[in-house]
Design a binder for this molecule. Structure first.
Ligand SMILES: Cc1ncc(COP(=O)(O)O)c(C=O)c1O
Length: 351
């Protein structure tokens, strides 16, 4: 099966193979070498000098950790999609005082409206999803960052964009940036990462009730030893080390972003010719395209006919189930494979 869903993604054979290498102890010098390699590769991909913590969890674990460690007063959860909503729910379920600032699904977050929210009330933390996988939209994080007060921490979910899209964490003033292995990084699910600014770790020192597993002060302590606090998924770290070397030294981060752009452009052009693109123009995702079902096709039927031919795409998310369908063009996919998929959809739908 060829996966064209917004993650998990197809993983190269050489990466799967390295995952069967023998174990090493996670308190050994060999592990610290692996840790150093991986952290410096992640810092390159994220364009940050901040510490990067590695968690054996899916990305949601670190999305939860990020609010748990930093919200002392009140959090503003900005949302224009399912994952923005989810982060608000996470914040609430952790007993934090919070407000959801909502925008229509498919419309970008408006930084002027964010600035107005701060005129009414102060928030010590803002959460924002960069690449909203439910609507195929990329939010203008830089613009939002600019309107925030200095003592507000900006937390960003780049789960479905980091590694495939140019997202300079330090330049954008992002205090905590979260993503995982299973999307643009082209690896199996199982590890998540977050860069954490000094301000964010300092805040975590004064915030109570952080539990143990996701406590940033414990992460910081072990990071100083070039280790993770608890036993990590070592097999996946082998694959991550190999993939980071490939991304940074072989393919090159800029070429990787460019390849994602080429695939996104082709998919968008195709969608505009035969259907439409769901998110507002100028804010379309580079890693997945949400195609607006303007022809009122039976999305479930298209998905099952594609499956018969060995291709998997996604239906729309939640309420958008039949209104859109989503094509993932991320990780190590090649433009010619995207062309191949689009041709097959044309054939099935007789476009
Ligand atoms: C934008 C976004 N945020 C968060 C998540 C949740 O990530 P995970 O399943 O790794 O916890 C996803 C997963 O699809 C996502 O696309």
């Amino acid at each position: 099966m060829k996966l064209f869903i917004p993650g998990p993604v197809e993983v190269r054979k050489d990466l799967l193979e390295v995952m069967s290498d023998p174990m090493i102890g996670h308190r050994s010098p060999e592990f610290s070498e692996l840790y150093d390699d991986v952290v410096s590769g992640l810092q390159s991909v994220m364009q940050t000098d901040n510490d990067v913590f590695i968690s054996t969890s899916s990305a949601t674990g670190l999305l939860e950790a990020s609010v748990r460690n930093t919200v002392d007063e009140k959090c503003l959860n900005i949302s224009n999609g399912a994952f923005g909503d989810r982060w608000h729910e996470i914040t609430m379920r952790n007993g934090k005082d919070c407000r959801k600032l909502e925008f229509d699904w498919g419309e970008p977050v408006d930084s002027d409206v964010v600035a107005e929210a701060f005129e009414e009330e102060f928030y010590d933390v803002v959460t924002l999803v960069h690449n909203e996988s439910s609507t195929g939209l990329m939010n203008p994080v830089k613009e939002v960052s600019k309107v925030l007060p200095d003592d507000t921490l900006l937390l960003v979910d780049t789960v479905s964009s980091m590694g495939g899209v140019d997202f300079p964490v330090d330049e954008y003033g992002v205090d905590i940036c979260v993503f995982g292995t299973q999307k643009c990084m082209g690896l199996p699910p199982g590890l998540a990462f977050c860069s954490v600014s000094e301000d964010a770790v300092d805040r975590s020192e004064v915030v109570g009730d952080k539990g143990y597993y996701f406590s940033f002060d414990i992460f910081r302590k072990y990071n100083g030893r070039r280790q993770t606090p608890t036993t990590p998924n070592i097999s996946l770290l082998y694959a991550l080390e190999k993939q980071l070397d490939y991304i940074v030294n072989e393919e090159g981060v800029e070429s990787r972003w460019e390849r994602h752009s080429v695939m996104a452009n082709e998919t968008r052009e195709w969608a505009r010719e035969h259907f439409d693109v769901f998110p507002a123009s100028g804010y379309e995702s580079e890693s997945l395209t949400a195609v607006e079902n303007t022809r009122d096709i039976d999305v479930g039927k298209l998905i099952s006919r594609l499956k018969d031919k060995g291709y998997v795409i996604s239906n729309g998310y939640g309420d958008l189930r039949e209104e859109t369908f989503r094509i993932g063009h991320l990780a190590d996919r090649q433009p010619k494979e995207v062309t191949e998929l689009l041709n097959i959809i044309e054939e099935i739908l007789d476009l």
